[in-house]
Design a protein around this ligand. Structure first.
Ligand SMILES: Cc1ncc(COP(=O)(O)O)c(C=O)c1O
Length: 479
């Protein structure tokens, strides 16, 4: 069944980036099926132009609110070195969450003053590395951690025998702000493991001021959560931080330099809403959120300005640097997973047709963790109507390795719609899969991790991660 039925442009297309050409998917000018022929399957494909466009969109939002915003790309979303290099070349800064990400950021050429470090369980070694590098801010997650940073500065000074300046720190708050995202992606609730609660904030700042020769407290931080579909939680978070900042100023005379509003700007994962019509309304609203970064910043600043006006502190607010830590909104829709149908079966009892692909949750962990929806299309027959229903599953030896919600909580559609008569060998594409995927891959079932290519701005596909060999499966085993 290869006849080309002319249909209107599919809803998932993005002019100049995701297009249909000769009936097949094209990614920034590269033919997806050809990419699989050359580089194998499954395959991650990234678009340099799309990463740059996503960052430019954030920068344009900053211009709209007429404030210099320090964007720190959340490298946990994807810390492939070539991805980091593109991000660095755009001139924005970076957020890291471990010694490993700090190492990668420095290796790829970010300056220490471009780096902020979050994390709930930083080790002494990680703090030593951050302190010695002299990064822009270590975001402290508890009152206890303040002393750990002070100790790291003491160690560095005595071991390096140098006049290292005080370490710059910010305090991470958890002000009990809910969002309409999955609970596992919400991070400003008191039931979450993150941050210092509002009742302890003043004590935490007082504690920070005990040793100004060791630490300099420069900021305050909240991350309400990932894929936050509404402006209100951002505005509430910003206002809460601003109120703390001015209370701290009144009480201690300390003027903080920055407010860090975290990440969480959502990505439209649905694209084609009709394909996920059986999902509950709230799930579709969350997955299909189309929130402009400018709207987030405008609303956050509006409520903070109101509060600053009431307190007669407008000047202080205008002097504060605003930080954002975007991850998903930079890299999610710049990445596509190409996967091949390897097997097919018909179940007469249920009348289902099962397609078994080579992309499991070992390369897209969120599909299992959060039952995350990645829109699935046929790359081989991208122009054909997708109205035949299939059960789709990955290759892992686990009943949960399926593209539907096996727990029947309704977070994924039971069937995926693809063209008529999909056969083994057909290449499918999971869209918007550039964030929290490559960075979370693992070798379960002895599966070598896939290659990744980046389509450069001149249309050339460059390998940015080589496919694992079987030997790579043994690298760290001692036997
Ligand atoms: C502290 C912090 N900042 C930024 C981010 C990035 O969020 P997102 O990828 O939704 O922009 C995260 C991820 O959840 C985070 O934990």
């Amino acid at each position: 069944m290869s006849s080309l039925v002319a249909i209107s442009t599919p809803a998932w297309t993005i002019p100049g980036y995701l297009e249909v050409c000769d009936g097949r998917l094209r990614i920034s000018g590269a033919d997806a099926v050809e990419l699989v022929h050359v580089h194998g399957s499954p395959l991650f494909v990234f678009s340099e132009a799309r990463i740059r466009a996503n960052i430019a969109r954030l920068q344009a939002a900053a211009k709209q609110v007429d404030r210099p915003i320090k964007f720190c790309y959340a490298s946990k979303a994807n810390s492939n070195m070539s991805v980091l290099k593109v991000v660095r070349d755009t001139g924005i800064d970076i957020e890291v969450n471990s010694g490993g990400e700090l190492y990668k950021a420095l290796r790829v050429g970010f300056r220490p003053d471009q780096i902020i470090f979050n994390g709930t369980s930083k080790t002494d070694e990680e703090l030593d590395e951050a302190v010695r590098a002299g990064i822009y801010s270590i975001n402290v997650d508890s009152i206890y951690e303040i002393e750990l940073v002070e100790n790291a500065v003491r160690r560095a000074r005595s071991e390096l025998n140098s006049g290292l300046p005080p370490a710059r720190i910010a305090l991470r708050l958890v002000p009990e702000i809910g969002t309409r995202s999955h609970l596992g992606l919400q991070t400003a609730l008191l039931t979450s493991k993150f941050g210092i609660s509002s009742s302890e904030v003043l004590d935490a700042f007082r504690r920070c001021l005990q040793h100004p020769e060791l630490i300099h407290v420069c900021g305050i931080h909240i991350h309400v959560g990932s894929q936050t579909p509404d402006v209100e939680p951002f505005a509430e978070a910003f206002k809460s931080m601003w109120n703390h900042l001015s209370a701290i100023h009144r009480e201690t005379g300390l003027t903080l330099e920055h407010i860090n509003l975290g990440g969480g700007i959502p990505v439209n994962y649905l694209r084609d809403r009709s394909q996920a019509d059986e999902l509950p309304e709230h799930e579709r609203d969350m997955l299909g959120a189309d929130l402009e970064p400018a709207a987030v910043l405008t609303e956050a600043l509006r409520v903070a300005r109101e509060s600053a006006r009431d307190a007669g502190a407008q000047q202080m607010l205008e002097g504060v640097t605003i930080l954002l830590e975007p991850g998903r909104s930079v890299i999610a829709d710049a990445g596509v997973v190409l996967t091949t149908v390897r097997n097919i079966k018909h179940r007469p009892e249920t009348n289902d047709v099962w397609l078994l692909t080579d992309a499991g949750y070992n390369i897209l962990l969120s599909m299992n963790n959060y039952k995350w929806y990645y829109h699935l299309i046929s790359a081989s027959r991208a122009a054909e109507p997708s109205n035949t229903e299939y059960k789709v599953a990955g290759p892992l030896c686990d009943s949960g390795d399926v593209y539907f919600d096996i727990e029947r909580h309704g977070r994924l559609p039971d069937y995926r719609r693809l063209p008529l008569e999909v056969k083994p060998g057909e290449v499918l594409a999971l869209l918007n899969s550039g964030a929290y995927s490559l960075a979370q891959m693992f070798h379960y079932n002895g599966r070598p991790l896939p290659a990744a290519v980046m389509i450069r701005e001149d249309g050339q596909a460059e390998i940015i991660r080589r496919r694992d060999t079987y030997e790579d499966l043994l690298v760290n085993d001692v036997w």
